[in-house]
Design a protein. Structure first.
Length: 294
């Protein structure tokens, strides 16, 4: 796979009772990079190279259910569960805290980490996904509902899986072109399709969306953590969006949810998959933020 030609290590660890595969490169302060949908850990290879070269230990896990990470047959996919996965991963890697970078669902998990487990996050960078409280405003906007049609389509279990798999996952090609129209990333998108083609992986990936509405996919034992998801964030956070992305207008409204140091940036002529479209620029932003004095 792609890690072999980059000198990355592909490792396996048991965290939160699931077998999590992850890529690792470098040594130093731990940076955990979280991918979104439809994506996988290989998305972060450019950033891992640069982070490792600058004295960091870069770790990019394949999130719960994304092959080769285990797909729990009767698991939960709510944000407190996903955040608990990452907290456990950090602990199993021998650290009490880490620097976090998240894109799309990875950003949503990063926000959840900062409210549910603030002592575990030193600083954070979020990309392409607004704060959960900002996202709630889309429910009152017909235009936002249209642009976020996949949230509703993915609730159709079985139908959605069949549609996404059809014609060699043509749906995935369409997603990447629609969300990042200026990006051509054929080899990486092939790796994403291969991850989702593994047994049970696609259903797990779509369950991230379903867990927002279905109690059977939410861990009731984590209900106290769920109550914290809307809490103000005190962790130093840098949010990056592309001006061609579908929710960029929400980005300007989210500063009020942060009580700690907060910075934002909009990348011109850039869509949703920022770390793939502008790998050097996003890597430089990450480095600058992690080295910032406060």
């Amino acid at each position: 796979m792609l890690d072999g030609i980059r000198g990355l290590e592909n490792k396996l660890i048991l965290a939160n009772n699931i077998r999590i595969h992850f890529l690792e490169k470098g040594s130093g302060p731990l940076v955990v990079l979280l991918h979104g949908f439809p994506d996988n850990a290989y998305s972060w290879i450019p950033q891992m190279d640069i982070l490792a070269a600058n004295g960091y230990r870069a770790v990019a896990p394949f999130l719960r259910g994304y092959a080769p990470t285990e797909c729990p047959t009767a698991g939960f996919f709510d944000l407190p569960t996903l955040a608990t996965d990452i907290r456990s991963l950090i602990n199993e890697l021998g650290e009490n805290s880490a620097l976090l970078v998240g894109e799309d669902w990875g950003a949503a998990i990063t926000y959840a980490m900062m409210t549910c487990f603030p002592d575990v996050v030193k600083r954070a960078v979020t990309m392409a996904t607004p704060h959960p409280e900002a996202v709630k405003s889309t429910f009152s906007s017909p235009e936002d509902l249209r642009r976020s049609f996949h949230w509703w389509f993915f609730q159709l279990q079985g139908v959605a899986e069949e549609a996404v798999r059809a014609n060699d996952f043509a749906f995935i090609d369409w997603f990447w072109k629609d969300w990042s129209p200026n990006l051509t990333d054929t080899e990486h998108i092939r790796s994403v399709k291969d991850s989702l083609a593994a047994r049970g992986a696609l259903q797990c990936a779509l369950n991230y969306y379903r867990a927002s509405f279905r109690e059977d996919l939410q861990d009731i034992e984590l209900k106290d953590l769920a109550k914290k998801l809307s809490a103000p964030i005190s962790i130093p956070t840098f949010s990056i969006f592309g001006d061609l992305d579908i929710r960029t207008e929400l980005f300007s409204k989210q500063g009020k949810y942060f009580t700690g140091p907060y910075r934002s940036e909009i990348l011109k002529n850039c869509g949703h998959f920022l770390n793939r479209e502008e790998p050097e620029k996003t890597s430089q932003y990450i480095l600058e933020w992690f080295k910032a004095p406060n």
